[in-house]
Design a protein around this ligand. Structure first.
Ligand code: SAM
Length: 368
């Protein structure tokens, strides 16, 4: 077997290499993997970590994804919608606080009022976040699920410049059987898996920077599945990745399906982030908030393993607890200002700086 240090300096990896790295558990080996991912990030991307202030503007959802606390059939949840002004004001707050970028996320809907609201908010946010410190306004990531090619085109065009519009649509898992089990009634369910892949292609055709990713530690998921996920991201030529551990949700429909212990789950998630950095090299990788549900410093650990994006929650506090995708979701009680203040010090302690007032484009996208 190859020495681990030789393996970690390779530029291309076999499936067997990837599975071996994902499965590391010895603390000294895990540390070497972490170091390799962190150093490669510094070399290819630099020492800046970029913020995407996430605005969770509605928990209404037409889908019933089994893992998710805001799924349609969870009746124990009070549903909410932020108003147009609340969404725009949150984005303006972010820009005034030097975030270069915001992310609009919600449950999945395809009705025209929803589509038009998003289109309008994109236009307003782009226009009203222009300032001396952010002369081109904030960039916007959308995380609004599968939509028609026409909707993607409308939203992309509402943003103006190509580089400022990103879209995060997780594949969740590239294993078709697992995907089908997790999504009992996706749009056109019998084709749900293909339809997710088509949506990712439609996003690319519409001109977005395309982000995808998946959950790590899903019931029944194997290391070979995670390796297949990485190959999927490679084939898609993803510009960015948003991946995190699967966390049990009381509002979901997987209570009896089993769940990894939090220690091994956190290590597996961190290994996955690090291996993605080594294999996919110059893509943007977000340290998911779900990491913090497993360890108080979960997102910092993500940065230590090659992440270069953090998504502080800037949703107005009164509605935050109702966007409970999974149990123990962090930062529910903090104000946006608290999130901002506590994070910067944590990032600096990881040897990184915050890229204030910058869009933080994916190097991979730029290079294309
Ligand atoms: N509806 C949009 C979509 O599906 O892309 C955006 C909102 S959806 C709630 C955002 C992400 O939350 C999903 O892609 C999923 O990976 C993640 N998520 C949902 N439930 C989760 C859980 N129990 N543990 C970890 N992540 C979860």
């Amino acid at each position: 077997m190859k020495a681990l240090d030789d393996l970690l300096t390779q530029e291309t990896f076999s499936d067997a290499d990837i599975v071996r790295l994902l499965g590391l558990t010895d603390p000294a080996d895990c540390k070497r993997l972490r170091r390799a991912a962190y150093d490669l990030t510094t070399r290819l991307i630099g020492d800046l970590v970029h913020y995407r202030g996430i605005i969770e503007f509605s928990n209404r959802c037409t889908l019933n994804c089994r893992y998710c606390g805001i799924r349609r059939d969870n009746r124990d949840l009070e549903r909410y919608d932020l108003s147009r002004e609340e969404i725009i004001e949150s984005a303006i707050w972010a820009a005034e606080n030097h975030y270069g970028s915001v992310c609009l996320q919600a449950g999945e809907r395809r009705d025209e009022p929803f589509i038009a609201l998003v289109e309008d908010c994109i236009r307003e946010i782009r226009a009203r976040t222009v300032s001396d410190t952010l002369p081109e306004g904030a960039s916007i990531t959308l995380s609004l699920g599968e939509q028609s090619p026409e909707t993607y085109r409308r939203w992309r065009e509402a943003g103006g410049k190509t580089e400022c519009m990103r879209y995060l649509l997780r594949m969740e898992t590239s294993n078709p059987e697992l995907f089908a089990w997790l999504h009992p009634d996706g749009f056109a369910h019998e084709k749900a898996y293909e339809s997710r892949i088509q949506a990712l292609a439609d996003l690319r055709a519409a001109g977005f920077q395309v982000g995808t990713g998946g959950m790590i530690g899903l019931p029944g998921q194997t290391l070979a599945d995670l390796c297949a996920d990485i190959r999927f991201y490679q084939r898609l030529d993803a510009d960015m990745l948003g991946m995190g551990p699967y966390i049990l949700s009381g509002g979901g429909d997987l209570l009896d399906a089993g769940m990894m212990e939090s220690g091994p789950l956190l290590q597996l998630a961190l290994n996955m982030l690090a291996v993605c950095r080594l294999v996919l090299r110059d893509v943007n990788i977000a340290a998911a908030t779900a990491l913090q549900a497993l360890a108080e410093d979960g997102r910092e650990q993500g940065i230590a393993h090659g992440c270069n994006i953090i998504m502080p929650n800037i949703t107005p506090r009164p509605v935050r607890k109702r966007y409970q995708l999974y149990d123990n979701k962090p930062c529910i009680d903090e104000e946006p200002t608290d999130c901002r203040a506590c994070l910067e010090g944590r990032i600096q302690r990881m040897g990184r700086r915050v890229g204030w007032n910058q869009w933080g484009c994916s190097r991979h996208f730029r290079r294309r």
